[in-house]
Design a protein around this ligand. Structure first.
Ligand code: B1M
Length: 212
């Protein structure tokens, strides 16, 4: 049994095998980050490269995502259960037009694991829905994920709408952004309060907003 087997099972779209192999690694005491990064995320990166080269297509990308999700379901309790009193509330979602949710879900699990109350609005989220959810839940942070290049202008618009609501509609939240096409420069340029390169750094950024 090896991490390579998890990688291979994601590449073969074998959901059940991924779940079994991830469970076996967890039982053997393997570091969750190793399982995630070297087993599951590395395989999805390879899938993405093959898609770029035109050697596989959307259905295969979807099957790989489902296999990844089967593994994430095993890891969820390890990542998400802090048991502590909430340190703050985060409204999380993928921006309008973008249906990718695996990275967002991972960010959400790690935020929960760090003690945040999480309201996950899912994918393809209209900016106004972030604001409504933040107001209804007295949230501290709005967290926007996006994977497509075309999500960047959507993110820019969402950040502008949230910051405008902070100024004029009695909202008081920090807004943070992340996803592969996003970097710190872009986050600064669009007026976001923070950026996370990956799930652990998203948690760090969120913690900096609530001063833990
Ligand atoms: Co899509 N897709 N996809 N896809 N897909 C990418 C993103 C792509 C890079 C593939 C490629 O061409 N190489 C490409 C985007 C190119 C671009 O715009 N530059 C692409 C494309 C083109 C598309 C479609 C347009 C394909 C088509 O229909 N022709 C289409 C778009 C649909 C839509 O959204 N409207 C599409 C569809 C899909 C599927 C539905 C089949 C599936 C998604 C299933 C799902 O999410 N439930 C899918 C998949 C699986 C991928 C790849 C292969 C994997 C994405 C993933 O889950 N990665 C991806 C290629 C790749 O990434 N290598 C690709 C693993 C995940 C853990 O990483 O999401 O990056 P990631 O999250 C990281 C960090 O980015 C960060 O933390 C996470 C954990 O460390 N992070 C944050 C994410 N959000 C954050 C928020 C934060 C902070 C950090 O703070 C708020």
């Amino acid at each position: 049994m090896a991490i390579q087997d998890i990688y291979n099972a994601v590449m073969a779209y074998e959901e059940d095998d991924v779940a079994e192999l991830v469970q076996a690694e967890v039982d053997a005491g393997t570091d969750v980050n190793v399982i995630l990064n070297q087993g599951m995320i590395a395989a999805l990166d390879e899938i993405g490269e093959k898609f770029s080269k035109g050697t596989l297509f959307v259905p295969e990308m979807l099957m790989a995502a489902e296999a990844m999700q089967a593994g994430l379901n095993i890891l969820r309790p390890l990542l998400a259960n802090s048991g502590a009193k909430p340190v703050g509330t985060v409204i999380l979602g993928t921006v309008k037009g973008d249906l990718h949710d695996i990275g967002k879900n991972l960010v959400g699990m790690m935020l929960e694991g760090a003690g945040f109350r999480l309201i996950d609005l899912g994918t393809d989220v209209d900016p106004e829905n972030f604001i409504t959810a933040a107001q209804e839940n007295d949230a501290d942070i709005i967290a926007l994920s996006g994977l497509l290049t075309t999500s960047m202008p959507e993110m820019e618009m969402a950040v502008a709408i949230v910051q405008e609501a902070n100024r004029t509609r009695n909202l008081n939240v920090k807004v943070m952004v992340g996803g592969p096409p996003i970097n710190q420069d872009f986050a600064d340029k669009i007026g976001a309060d923070g950026y996370g390169m990956d799930a652990p750094s998203a948690v760090e950024t969120a913690r900096s907003f609530v001063r833990i």
